[in-house]
Design a protein around this ligand. Sequence first.
Ligand code: MG
Length: 306
Amino acid sequence: MTASNSNDLKRPAIIINPAKPVEVDVKALAAKHCSENGWGEPIWLETTKDDPGVGQAKEALKQGADVVIAAGGDGTVRCVAEVLAGGDVPMGLLPFGTGNLLARNLGMDVTDFDGAMAGALAGTERKIDVVRARRKDPDKEQLFLVMAGVGYDATIMADTNEDLKDKVGWLAYVDAGIRNLPGKPVRATITVDGNEVVHRGIRSVMVGNCGKVQGGLEIFPDAKMDDGLLDVAVLAPHHGKFGWLSVIAGMIGKGRGKDTAVEYFQGKSVEITLEHNDDYQLDGDHDGEGRHVLMTMDPGALTIRM
Ligand SMILES: [Mg+2]
């Protein structure tokens, strides 16, 4: 590069998990696209077990990155979004994860790394909603982009065999679910926009910002990530071994309203209080247990460039 003053050039930051094998030379890919677009050298930041992306995203902003590219899976994307949401710097995506749920929901071709890199530098921008989830005990606020939940789906996130999850996605969750049966429903109080909608035993509450999960299954058929609304699915299967099969069948068949085992709600906020602690997950990562969470929409808070 022969630019007169490299300080004038735009620079992307690339946040990557060095432990994950990637089938492409990311440094060469980035160098090629930076050169083609007249950008400076990328700011290269690697995640660690202790800091899976938040510290690196803050460092990227500190160094003046013009776009922060989350090169990883939904976990990396979520951590980078924690820092970028509410700000002006856009996020780019290099979908190197197994699920890549955000990228898929955005309609990206998750096998086209060249296109993804080009889009992150010179693509079009769109604003998407993020959901802020505030928990009591442990007292923390986190953000998610795809879906979060308490109860059964979080249990299977924790339990799912990773190799299986890589290979077969959602089916692995179902497999884990079958291994987890039988369990007891937990009594839950759920309010949507301040109105109590559920007060009974449930197995799982899933809150979505996007509709699609792996395997073509749409848990939230009507979810849009830019409508300022979150989608809530309450799963309370009928008792017995085949109860879950009816839930899954209901989802696949989008059997909305036909099967009371799955109830859907939409709103700007949802508050979930359980009778006792249960598993909790955010964008597919298990994050301990809890019995309370308040999830609130932050409309259009994150800019994606793709
Ligand atoms: Mg929405």
